[in-house]
Design a protein around this ligand. Sequence first.
Ligand code: MIC
Ligand code: SF4
Length: 647
Amino acid sequence: MNMAYTLAEKIINAHIVDGEPVRGTEVGLKIDQTLTQDATGTMAYLEFEAMGVPRVKTERSVAYIDHNTLQNGFENADDHRFIGSVCRKHGIYFSRPGNGICHQVHLERFGAPGKTLIGSDSHTPTGGGIGMLAIGAGGMDVAVAMGGGAYYITYPEIVNVKLTGKLQPWVAAKDVILEVLKRLSVKGGVGKIIEYSGDGVKTLSVPERATITNMGAELGATTSIFPSDEITREFLRAEGREEVFVPLSADEDAVYDKVIEINLSELVPLAACPHSPDNVKTCEEIGKLKIDQVCIGSCTNSSLLDMLKVAHILKGKTVHPDVSLSIAPGSKQVLNMLAENGALAVMIDAGARILESACGPCIGMGQSPNSKGISLRTFNRNFEGRSGTKDGQVYLVSPELAAASALTGYLTDPRTLGDMPEFEIPEKFYINDNMIVPPASEKDMDSVEVLRGPNIKPFPVSEPLEKDINAVCALKVGDNITTDHIMPAGAKILPLRSNIPEISKYCFAVCDETFPARALELKKSIIVGGANYGQGSSREHAALAPLYLGVKAVITKSFARIHMANLINAGIVPLVFENESDYDRINQGDELEIQDITDQLKKGDTITVTDKTTGVDIITKVSLSDRQREMLLAGGLLNYTKLNGKG
Ligand code: MIC
Ligand code: SF4
């Protein structure tokens, strides 16, 4: 029997509270820490309140305000005030607007090797950069974890990415993850954890590792993780938190499900071309590309190290006249340090438009490019329309490539910049946690009033599953549908995140603006989708809006992990075609019937869907655990939790 373990297995196994460590089966994990951000947070806290738990039971729960920071109406400010007051009352730390992007700040101030973290944001795996098992989840799952319930995952396969060599000057951590995306694709990580090892690991700093684990989300992976080593210790020491350090790595003879080798010395600067993070090409392959905009920042690339490189490239130069350059340092800590060491002045001097430390353009909160505009961004997603400009063309690149291009006006290989100085993590970061508000003490918590604005509407309540489903296929979509298609974000729609009836009006607006009204009129409907349906974000609004619109089931070729969990949590049945070619046999507008779905769900692994319009029977698979089946029968996670008294 093999008694050697991978790093991910060690952390998972130490946290299992339900189930057995067997690949492909469901296991419940004890969760040490949680994080939320504001765009998913209001729902998560409404759900937490509905559970009736007075104080969070985790070691540390933190709420960040970083997404909805454009306040062109009362909605976002009201939501921030609501979250702040819930935090004070229920034992949660509150990171105020201006303090930075959740993943960057969590890495700096709270993350700890060997701990489990779930966050209501798909880029929570950033924490894998310091050897945490950090997983993105729906808000409802985070609410349950805050209440002390387990978080369930399918025990993943573990893929080893073995790094050798050392990055050449001006080749970046971003290029490492772009290379992985090129090899594995946006669905290559589904059901897997990506574990990095090899000699190359010690050549990468913690922020570089975090860039790689952050964008592992784009592989569809459950999470990504690096070992915790002396470099991790130095980072934590510089953050004044050496006491949380523990050394962690895989056993030498650990067995992986798959091994990929990457020689860092052979990598070159890369870019993910429109409109998918796995559409990766070299600068040479892309050729001469005139650009309109450069945006530097986001949870992928906004560390101090990234910003220092950018400032070095911009020093004494001027941004090209045809280019708009915006820079958003990832946290108050980073911004403060840039201000003190003069790098901020260098950026301003070169003509950069400095933005607050928040998600900003990454989620379409401002800085939408011009029509057909070519925008180079150091972000992690370039889905169509996400920038806020429908025909915008977004390329995902490293900060080095972005800064070099901002000066020339063309996509520019940063290796043309000449010698690269050594950039190092400072011995001590500037630490001032004055923008993180601690919760009220147990003695005082009862007197804290929760402040609700008129934008906050109750979340839709799902009903136990009905015996039969008779519903029309109200929408049929293709492969790789993202949650940005299902429930778009951006400056106009994000303020409605606490108001499901209102936000539902934009559901699938990118694909078919007439869908919400049609679905409401039909009262009950079914959606048909292609492969990797629901990739991208963790937003449970992509399940709650369809729930509100009466969607009862979604039938696809395959699902992305977090979205499928969110559908089940909302009580919407996710079905997968047994034969992919059956996708072609259902048309939008067909009347569908699932007889005795409750019985079929209890008994077997397949469910028959009858297309009454064509008279064809279609077999679908339900690869669900008993817990998930019971959840669907109960009408979602909250009902199930109430029935069972546990998560
Ligand atoms: C994203 O990058 O798409 C987001 C916005 O951070 C989402 C969360 C959300 O939709 O609020 C995510 O990644 O989970
Ligand atoms: Fe924010 Fe963008 Fe990161 Fe999502 S991917 S958390 S929107 S910076």
